[in-house]
Write a protein that binds this ligand. Structure first.
Ligand SMILES: Cc1ncc(COP(=O)(O)O)c(C=O)c1O
Length: 420
């Protein structure tokens, strides 16, 4: 007797569950730049999962580091004066790698939690400095800072804020590519009411926008002139994605805080954190009786920290930051070949191992579901790409070869052919 396939009980993030409940794509195995479905069919992981598998899949070195740590001490908290060796080693190492001297490291379990941490710390910093009225947080249109409370409130993708009622107040947005717009917003509010400005170096989920030349340097300068904290959200850009550790060094930036996640473990275990410049830590570290009353159960989790350390070893030993630099041009060239395709409006990228192909307005007008349709067609051809608004994005593992990059370009070409 045949039975009807059972609908899933798993509620997928961001998904239309009416569609997805009976039609999922199940990934059951992965190795290197390849993932496998349950029938054993392989697909090139053109997105490094959700922008995080920087060292690729199936690295037994990370698995073994995590297992060894679990045998020794699987988990213990780091609230108050408790600590553990892997959390200490990871904080030291990240502090050494950070572009700011004497940086402190607050560990979390992901990007959104890191954004909450940085935003709350920015407001508390000013309260500690005797300026409690500095509470406003500015961010950019199209920004994506995760789906926690603060990240939802300061995000710039409007559909992600709809229907949730009152979000965190005293936040504001500026155009994503206009540094002078930031200056005007600060002038309007009064600099003495602004705590911080948050910016992704290359904007990811909001459509993949590399910064206009000079933009990041200009906003950093405007923040410095007004004594406003500059927070770089390097959740996607860190750990090699744009060729540097913290995604900001190629613009010579030294932010007051950097949020990170994803590539810090290449996703083997969930980890995020905030790099905090000495200046921001100072009121809390150099004066008694000023605890930062914030932190989650799994902050400083030793097994996760051990996985991160093993991942950093691989990034260093295999020179994957340089590798990302070398592959930046070939990836961009592969996508640029699609620029004249009749289904394509624009190709964006060329900064890091990141790129996007935006569909032509006529194609989207004729079929508002064209992005999803193209993604599925490309997946059926054996390549994973990510739907991103009007575009398809790619962000492969940093270990990808040039011939595998060509496979991404070819599959996208064929998938786009089906749209016109
Ligand atoms: C720039 C940026 N910030 C924050 C986040 C949120 O991270 P998480 O999903 O780990 O909460 C993301 C997730 O993609 C991101 O791209």
């Amino acid at each position: 007797m045949s039975t009807a396939p059972r609908d899933t009980a798993l509620w997928h993030p961001f998904a239309d569950m009416f569609q997805v409940k009976s039609s999922q794509f199940c990934v059951s195995k992965a190795d290197g730049v390849w993932i496998y479905d349950q029938e054993g069919r392989r697909y090139l992981d053109g997105t490094a999962s959700l922008w995080y598998a920087n060292v690729g899949h199936g690295r037994t070195e990370i698995v073994e580091a995590a297992a060894a740590q679990m045998r020794e001490l699987e988990s213990y908290f780091v609230f108050n004066d408790f600590t553990n060796p892997p959390a200490e080693a990871l904080a030291d190492r990240l502090s050494q790698l950070a572009p700011m001297d004497g940086a402190k490291i607050f560990l979390t379990t992901g990007g959104g939690e890191s954004i909450d941490t940085a935003a709350k710390l920015a407001r508390q910093y000013w309260a500690q400095r005797g300026q409690p009225q500095r509470t406003h947080i500015l961010s950019r249109g199209n920004a994506y800072h995760g789906t926690n409370g603060m990240g939802t409130s300061i995000g710039g993708i409007e559909v992600n804020q709809a229907g949730f009622g009152q979000l965190v107040p005293e936040v504001g947005r500026v155009a994503h590519d206009d540094a002078e717009g930031l200056r005007e917003a600060i002038d309007q509010l009064g600099a003495d009411r602004v705590a911080a400005f948050f910016a992704e170096p290359v904007m990811g989920a909001g459509g993949l926008y590399p910064p206009e030349p000079g933009y990041l340097e200009a906003v950093a300068k405007i923040c410095a002139e007004h004594d406003i904290l500059f927070v770089a959200d390097a959740v996607i850009c860190g750990f090699g994605r744009v060729g540097t550790w913290f995604g900001v060094e190629r613009w010579g930036l030294q932010p007051d805080m950097i949020t990170f996640a994803k590539g810090v473990t290449s996703g083997y275990l969930p980890l995020g954190g905030v790099v905090i410049a000495e200046r921001v830590a100072e009121p809390f570290w150099n004066h008694p009786g000023r605890p930062f009353r914030h932190g989650a159960t799994y902050s400083g989790h030793p097994t996760v920290a051990a996985a991160a350390l093993a991942n950093l070893d691989i990034l260093e030993r295999e020179k994957l930051l340089q590798r990302a630099d070398e592959l930046e041009r070939p990836l961009h060239d592969a996508l640029q070949q699609l620029a004249d395709h009749p289904a394509v409006a624009e190709v964006r990228g060329g900064t890091g191992l990141l790129g996007a192909v935006e569909l032509a307005p006529e194609v989207l007008a004729a079929d508002p579901g064209a992005v999803g349709r193209a993604q599925t067609a490309i997946r059926d051809l054996g390549v994973i790409v990510r739907p991103l608004g009007k575009a398809l994005a790619v962000s492969p593992p940093l270990i990808i070869s040039e011939s595998e990059i060509d496979l991404i370009g070819k599959a996208m070409q064929e998938g786009l052919d089906a749209l016109v």
